[in-house]
Design a protein around this ligand. Structure first.
Ligand SMILES: Cc1cc2nc3c(=O)[nH]c(=O)nc-3n(C[C@H](O)[C@H](O)[C@H](O)COP(=O)(O)OP(=O)(O)OC[C@H]3O[C@@H](n4cnc5c(N)ncnc54)[C@H](O)[C@@H]3O)c2cc1C
Length: 477
């Protein structure tokens, strides 16, 4: 239990607007998006400045209080919530939402960690620039969480993951010191690149309070197409030809199997299939160009004619307006929600080299069909990055308990297969609480030992986001 005296000191630091303790008010901060890890807390702190946040962390460190950093709370692996013990203080960034600076000539934007991702995209667009990180939760996730999970999303193919957008960071360390590394430099070889430690570390090493992000020229042409393909092998070949045919201008390449689409059209009928007829899978492809004109559309039309002639694509449609393009993206973005409407099920976020995606899908599908013959395989994801959400849901709600009972067996089979193909058991969502077991199972002793050493050096008391990603008392390390 947190001492009353400490609670009072913390409340004083952040002021009356900066804390919540009534269970009705703290409840949204203790439940995760998947409703899988309900937790408890006596106190949610919502500091307004880096100074307040640092002072609060210093007091928590002095009193040995565990802290859980939280931004938009849309994480899918149980990393952003307090534990059930009620011992953790939640430190929310949701009042630190300033865009501190925008420098169009340097192509950078300096933002506080609580900025909503969509607001950063808009601020960049207002300055005639692009901030390319884009994911279905962009209206509610915040950049502190995006950087701490090294979020991926739909534009990784062209612009990389979140950590590749970062030039500088400001971080509050677990003892309350502030590291100001808010540099906007493309070149800076002055020792260790400290910011990389915090990017993707899921709040276990420090609390990100601000960042300098790279911006890009705003696209002048965007072409969005929907393709029906006979199998995933064909989709990979189309990607290869599209990159060659457009000079590497493909920004998004999403793949969805027929059953994932059927589920989405069934559960969220405001979505309609853009193509007539049945296709084993569909691809949502987007390409952009910084040049005016319609050269990109002409290149993609030529490509579509070529791949249809080669039997790689059965049918295709190109969006004629932004509204049509948005409707195509909506189908893809609604897939996680459709699975919730079907009662949930099993989720995987694996990655393999792009060249092995089709082989992985063939083998993983066979494996799951053997383990759970009645399960529906709901595969969708970022094929262009080799990252697939190879999910399963039950054929009926009555069959769901049987499928869930096989969760560990199916997870192990699917993840081992991905890791065995030089892949990853967690491509973009992170480790959080969900994948602690896999860290022990798949990471080498050397890698886990290095991670524990870093954690020990920065957070020797183990106060930042305990129980997530790395355990200081990991018996195996
Ligand atoms: C519908 C939907 C679609 C999604 N699609 C994608 C996708 O395409 N790609 C993808 O990568 N993810 C996706 N996600 C997962 C999620 O949106 C991302 O992980 C996102 O980056 C989390 O941001 P957040 O602000 O919600 O972070 P939170 O959930 O608040 O936190 C996530 C983790 O970061 C830590 N953290 C948060 N803020 C800070 C901080 N300031 N300093 C240090 N640590 C911090 C937390 O402790 C936690 O461990 C999706 C989620 C949903 C609900």
């Amino acid at each position: 239990m947190i001492k009353e005296q400490t609670i009072e000191r913390l409340k004083e630091i952040v002021g009356p607007q900066g804390w919540l303790s009534d269970p009705d008010d703290t409840e949204p901060y203790t439940r995760d998006w998947r409703r899988k890890w309900p937790g408890k807390t006596a106190l949610v702190l919502r500091p307004a400045t880096t100074g307040e946040l640092a002072e609060a962390v210093r007091v928590c460190a002095e009193d040995g209080l565990p802290m859980v950093p939280q931004s938009g709370n849309t994480g899918l692996v149980g990393g952003s919530g307090p534990r059930e013990t009620g011992d953790d203080v939640v430190i929310s960034l949701n009042r630190m939402t300033a865009i501190r600076a925008i420098d169009p000539l340097n192509n950078t934007i300096t933002v506080e960690a609580g900025c909503i991702l969509a607001d950063i995209q808009q601020a960049a667009a207002d300055a005639d620039r692009l901030y390319p990180l884009s994911l279905a939760a962009e209206g509610s996730c915040r950049i502190g969480g995006n950087l701490s999970t090294n979020a991926g999303g739909t534009n990784v193919l062209r612009y990389g993951n979140a950590k590749e957008h970062v030039l500088g960071l400001e971080v509050v360390l677990p003892d309350g010191r502030i590291w100001n590394g808010l540099r906007g430099l493309r070149k800076d070889n002055t020792g260790y690149d400290i910011k990389q430690l915090f990017l993707g570390s899921e709040g276990t090493l420090g609390i990100i309070t601000a960042a300098v992000l790279k911006l890009w020229p705003r696209p002048r042409q965007t072409v969005t197409a929907w393709l029906g393909v006979p199998h995933a092998h064909a989709a990979v070949e189309v990607l290869n030809r599209a990159q060659a045919g457009t000079g590497g201008q493909v920004t998004g390449f999403e793949y969805m199997v027929a059953d994932a689409l059927a589920l989405t059209f069934d559960k969220l009928p405001q979505n309609r299939s853009p193509l007539a007829g049945e296709h084993a899978g569909c691809v949502l492809m987007e390409a952009t160009s910084g040049q005016d004109g319609d050269g990109l559309r002409a290149a993609l039309e030529a490509l579509l004619a070529e791949v249809m002639e080669a039997g790689l694509v059965d049918d295709a449609v190109i969006a004629e307006s932004e509204t049509q393009a948005r409707a195509l993206w909506q189908i893809r973005e609604d897939m996680p929600e459709a699975q919730i409407h079907a009662g949930g099920g099993l989720k995987h976020d694996v990655a393999v080299p792009v060249s092995r995606v089709a082989e992985f899908l063939d083998q993983a599908t066979r494996t799951v069909q053997e383990l759970a013959p009645d399960a529906r395989i709901i595969t969708f994801g970022h094929l262009g990055d080799g990252n697939l959400h190879f999910n399963q849901c039950a054929a009926t709600l009555e069959a769901l308990p049987d499928l869930l009972a096989k969760e560990r067996e199916i997870n192990d089979a699917v993840e081992s297969l991905a890791v065995g193909m030089a892949g990853s058991f967690s491509a973009e969502h992170g480790v959080g609480r969900l994948r602690m077991r896999q860290m022990t199972r798949y990471k080498s002793d050397v890698e886990r030992d290095l991670m524990t050493t870093v954690k020990q050096a920065l957070d020797p008391q183990g106060l930042l986001n305990p129980g997530k990603v790395v355990l200081l008392d990991d018996p195996q390390s």
